[in-house]
Design a protein around this ligand. Structure first.
Ligand SMILES: Nc1ncnc2c1ncn2[C@@H]1O[C@H](COP(=O)(O)OP(=O)(O)O)[C@@H](O)[C@H]1O
Ligand SMILES: [Mg+2]
Length: 275
């Protein structure tokens, strides 16, 4: 975190701020009072055992679910309970844990769709040509950023898995959102594929705020400025990678796992699965 972003937090202008957020499904409380402040420009990893509520937290931030109680603020504005497309227009974009692209469209068409959607594109004779030109230019920029120029005209269903995940990241950032949520962007990737994905994520999130759910500890320690650990719907620790690695409660939550083993230097592919 740099000086400017700590100042913005003090001024109440964090990119994202969750206070006392709770979510129940029926009688079961899944998210049990989450407080989380993410300064602008930070890359933040959300980690925790399967079923801890990481994807649900993303759903609460992106508007798929409304919190049962508590507040979610985006750039200081209360967005709790707003529909996903409204939150998206306010500058927050998310990817899904499951790859979410149109398989029959080409790579370029997928990106252009994402751009048009973000522009609030509706059919209108007078605006159509200019909007399409803007969208084409923006789609070309994103294509280059994600390194898939040579695949532009390929049907997306024919891409390799890693290329599809890269396209998905492209779709997520295409609209120019400045807060990006990625849910397990390297899941199912080989070591070299996920190293490549880390570089891509780093590149596309320069100057943006990133919140990322991730199991691979070398990805987490390689990318995150700060980490929050979610266990059974509660954040049990938030801190720098060094602080998290040294945290006793975090070690206890990950029985049988020593976080020190997963420092980025050893390059090991480690998955934090616990309980
Ligand atoms: N729509 C839903 N209805 C009921 N239970 C849900 C729903 N979504 C998630 N859950 C439950 O909430 C818990 C947390 O799920 P999730 O947020 O997907 O965990 P994580 O992403 O940390 O693995 C799980 O027990 C899951 O079954
Ligand atoms: Mg999940």
């Amino acid at each position: 975190m740099n000086a400017a972003s700590s100042a913005s937090v003090r001024g109440g202008r964090a990119a994202l701020e969750l206070s006392g957020v709770r979510k129940s499904f029926g009688k079961t409380e899944i998210i049990r009072g989450v407080d989380l402040t993410i300064p602008r420009g930070e890359r933040h990893a959300l980690i925790g055992p399967n079923g801890a509520g990481k994807s649900t937290t993303f759903n609460l931030i992106s508007g798929r679910f409304a919190p049962t109680s508590g507040t979610v603020r985006l750039n200081g504005e209360d967005i709790g309970g707003l529909p996903p497309f409204v939150i998206n227009r306010k500058g927050l974009s998310r990817s899904f844990q499951i790859t979410n692209i149109f398989h029959r469209l080409t790579v370029f068409e997928n990106l252009r769709c994402a751009v048009l959607w973000s522009l609030g594109y509706k059919y209108s004779f007078w605006h159509r040509l200019a909007e399409l030109r803007d969208a084409r230019e923006r789609a070309e920029q994103v294509l280059e950023l994600i390194g898939l120029q040579h695949r532009s005209a390929t049907q997306s269903g024919l891409l390799t898995y890693a290329e599809q995940r890269a396209l998905e990241i492209g779709i997520t950032i295409a609209g120019g959102a400045d807060v990006i949520l990625l849910d397990e962007p390297t899941a199912g990737m080989s070591r070299s594929e996920s190293d490549h994905a880390v570089e891509l994520i780093r590149k596309v999130t320069v100057g943006k705020t990133l919140v990322m759910v991730e199991h691979d500890m070398s990805v987490v320690f390689g990318l995150a400025d700060r980490i929050s650990v979610l266990v059974y719907g509660e954040v049990i620790a938030t801190g720098t990678p060094e602080e998290i690695r040294a945290d006793r409660r975090v070690k206890e939550a990950y029985l049988g796992t020593t976080l020190d083993e997963h420092a980025p230097a050893d390059g090991a592919s480690a998955t934090m699965e616990a309980r």
